[in-house]
Ligand binder design. Structure first.
Ligand code: AMP
Length: 377
């Protein structure tokens, strides 16, 4: 009996455990909050990731460790890796935790990136703004997610306010050129212990207030562009000797792909793979981590995922759709919190657009479904 340990006990851990059950796996999650939603049906160690006593208990009860949360301290990941196999490896995690390190790696690999510069002092900011200009975005190098830890510099006069807002951050900052992108895309890919690489079809994403709102797959782009994006992901996976699933977020601007960031874990823009592809991202992550053969990533029709942020709408509207699937993460409602998602799948783009239209109208969420419908038509 193999027990997979997951650092972080949120919805990603929950969906990993659900998809691992048919493989006969057991799970143990570690989280610093006792009400982490995976803990509703997965045994849990509650403790701070820096607490060696809690980590030691976690390590003693598992055969292999992985993450649902990328901001686990690098030292804790290293400590764990000396005791049990950890995938992805701590170096890959460390690179993905640091916006400067990941953008530097992308550039070294020949992957397009927005202009960027490391910022440690106010003088650095002025020097970088003189080159990159405005509009641009000042971001914390670490611990930013869902648009948090960012300040938009619309004109050079915003530099003071940006500095005041973020300079208290002890891990340093990065200034990036603002990309007036036409579309946001992501590659979700899996890499096995033997280096086998598989990616799901390219996904198009839309955000609301910096949080993912909807994902549509396959993205309606030229095959050459999709192949290009998948090749970028392959390069990143190889460079980091990555094992498991990761996501590469890209901007499309004037036919050119620019990498924004990578997530060293299963990703929200890959939730549609549960019902929309032969093998889900969760199943393939576990297969990769355990050294099992990776599953086929081909799509079953067209799929759109709608994120539920803050609270859940009426499930019956989605459950009434022939291709409708509901995911309630078992979390208390709270502003800005991801509490669930729905995936709507259909055989054709036109059928999916019609289903989304019905769902959007019935739930009063026309604005959330509109961009996907437009992309489908
Ligand atoms: P991030 O936390 O880096 O994923 O950023 C969250 C969202 O902010 C992205 O999905 C984009 O919509 C937007 N964003 C981040 N960086 C840039 C950029 N350099 N140019 C334009 N938009 C950006």
């Amino acid at each position: 009996m193999t027990t997979v340990g997951i650092l972080g006990g949120g919805q990603l851990a929950r969906m990993l455990a659900l998809s691992g059950a048919p493989l006969g796996l057991r799970f143990l999650v570690m989280d610093n909050t006792a009400d982490a939603c995976a803990g509703q049906f997965v045994p849990m160690v509650v403790g701070d990731y820096r607490d060696e006593t809690a980590l030691a208990e976690f390590a003693s009860r598992i055969d292999v460790a992985t993450f649902d949360f990328e901001n686990v301290p690098a030292d804790s990941a290293e400590w764990l890796a000396q005791r049990v196999p950890v995938f992805p490896n701590p170096r890959a995690l460390a690179v993905a935790q640091d916006r400067l390190a990941e953008k530097t790696l992308f550039r070294e690999l020949g992957i397009g990136v927005p202009a960027f510069a490391a910022i440690d002092t106010r003088a650095d900011l002025d020097a970088a703004l003189a080159v990159i200009g405005a509009p641009s975005i000042l971001k914390t190098r670490r611990l930013g997610y869902d648009g948090k830890g960012q300040f938009r510099i619309r004109t050079l006069a915003d530099a003071d306010a940006a500095w005041v807002a973020l300079s208290g951050n002890t891990h340093g900052l990065i200034l990036e050129a603002f990309v007036p992108f036409e579309r946001e895309l992501s590659v979700v890919a899996a890499r096995g212990r033997d280096g086998e690489f598989r990616a799901w079809p390219l996904t198009e994403n839309w955000h609301e207030h910096g949080i993912l709102s909807a994902s549509l797959a396959p993205a309606h782009v030229a095959p050459a562009l999709a192949a290009h994006a998948l090749d970028y992901a392959r390069r990143v996976g190889e460079a980091l000797d990555y094992v498991g699933v990761f996501a590469l977020e890209l901007f499309l601007r004037d036919g050119e792909l620019l990498a924004n960031e990578m997530a060293p874990r299963v990703h929200n823009s890959g939730h549609w793979t549960i019902e929309g592809s032969e093998t889900s991202q969760f199943q393939n992550h576990l297969r990769a981590v355990l050294g099992l053969p990776l599953g086929d990533t081909r799509m079953l029709g067209h799929a759109c995922m709608l994120n539920w942020i803050g609270d859940l709408p009426d499930a019956n509207v989605v459950l009434n759709e022939p291709g409708g699937h509901w995911h309630d993460y078992g979390k208390a409602p709270r502003d800005g919190r991801k509490v669930g998602h729905a995936t709507v799948r259909a055989d054709s783009a036109e059928q999916l657009a019609s289903a989304l239209q019905r769902v959007g109208i019935a739930l009063g969420r026309e604005a959330q479904v509109a961009p996907a419908i437009q992309a489908l038509r």
